[in-house]
Write a protein that binds this ligand. Structure first.
Ligand SMILES: [Zn+2]
Length: 315
């Protein structure tokens, strides 16, 4: 959340006016698209803009250089980028006449992935140092939460909880647009010289389509597409897991049904078995009685035979 900065000159605080800001949503969308795939790692960069006729600080483009330190809660980039960007702006400002607004560093942007919009204590210190190092104190702070899709534009470090969402449209005269294009060309040249890792993202803001027509690398678009395919893969995996879960649930349900059916079958069998058991004991009782009667008949017959033969009974 901090940015390495050398205090060039300690600015007196006579200028305390907080300049109204215009930040087009396209710029925020591109910043969010580029930083969202980084998950919870914070990223910081610079916004480049101009001062319009009404005195607004207007952010138009920006950049995210390589981060010296990055974590969830802290990020830092090399202070040399302030000088490099200022030099690119100076180069562009040589084009056209004095009446055309000068392109310049107009803001500090950093991300707060999934922690929401506010200025932390370190942010306030960094923002103050950056404004002190800006001769006319015309510098805004923009915080983007790419995961919650929220953003906030802070006009001053003195009110760290006072912000508005990015809004406003930018209309550029053709002369001013030419300056912006020249500045962006210079940033591309710096990237060609230092490598993609040193300057991974140039945000063209409302000029993105014009830059695309020129065939420059579309940093935000590439990450947006990567993010889209990552989300698509995640959805596909979730769908497979849901299908598997549905099958498991259906198996469990049919198991429960068959268990219930078995229980009711068992009850029916038990109720059918009861009269059969009763019937069986009755039959056993009858059989016992029949056996006893047969035994008695046999004994009487035996005695009769002996009497008929004239033998005395042995019993
Ligand atoms: Zn912060």
């Amino acid at each position: 959340m901090s940015k390495k900065i050398k205090k060039k000159n300690k600015q007196s605080k006579q200028t305390t006016r907080d300049f109204p800001a215009i930040v087009p949503e396209s710029l925020i969308r591109q910043a969010a698209a580029f930083t969202a795939p980084r998950g919870r790692l914070e990223m910081g960069g610079l916004l480049i803009g101009h001062v319009d006729e009404q005195g607004h600080n207007v952010a138009v483009t920006g950049l995210f250089p390589e981060q010296l330190k990055e974590s969830s809660g802290y990020c830092e980039f090399d202070g040399m980028w302030t000088a490099l960007v200022a030099a690119a702006c100076d180069h562009a400002n040589q084009i056209g006449d004095e009446a055309v607004p000068k392109v310049r560093i107009i803001g500090w942007i950093h991300t707060h992935p999934d922690i929401g919009i506010f200025l932390s204590g370190i942010d306030v210190t960094t923002f103050r140092a950056l404004r002190d190092a800006t001769p006319d104190r015309r510098l805004m702070a923009v915080v983007v939460d790419p995961l919650r899709e929220e953003n906030g534009v802070f006009l001053t470090e003195r009110q760290p909880n006072d912000y508005a969402s990015a809004k406003g449209t930018v209309s550029l005269s053709s002369e001013l647009e030419t300056r912006y294009m020249a500045m962006l060309d210079r940033l591309e040249a710096i990237r060609n010289f230092r490598g993609l890792a040193a300057l991974p993202c140039i945000l063209a803001g409302p000029l993105r389509h014009r830059r695309l027509l020129q065939g420059v690398r579309d940093d935000a678009g590439i990450e947006m597409e990567r993010g889209f395919f990552a989300a698509k893969r995640e959805i596909h995996t979730m769908q497979l897991e849901m299908k598997e879960l549905r099958t498991q649930i259906s198996n469990l349900e049919s198991l429960r049904h068959s268990q219930t059916r078995h229980q009711s079958d068992l009850k029916r069998l038990e109720s059918e078995l009861l009269p059969l058991t009763k019937r069986l004991s009755k039959l056993e009782e009858d059989q016992r009685a029949t056996n006893e009667a047969t035994q008695k008949s046999r004994s009487i017959l035996h005695r009769l035979i002996q009497i008929l033969r004239g033998k005395p009974s042995q019993q």
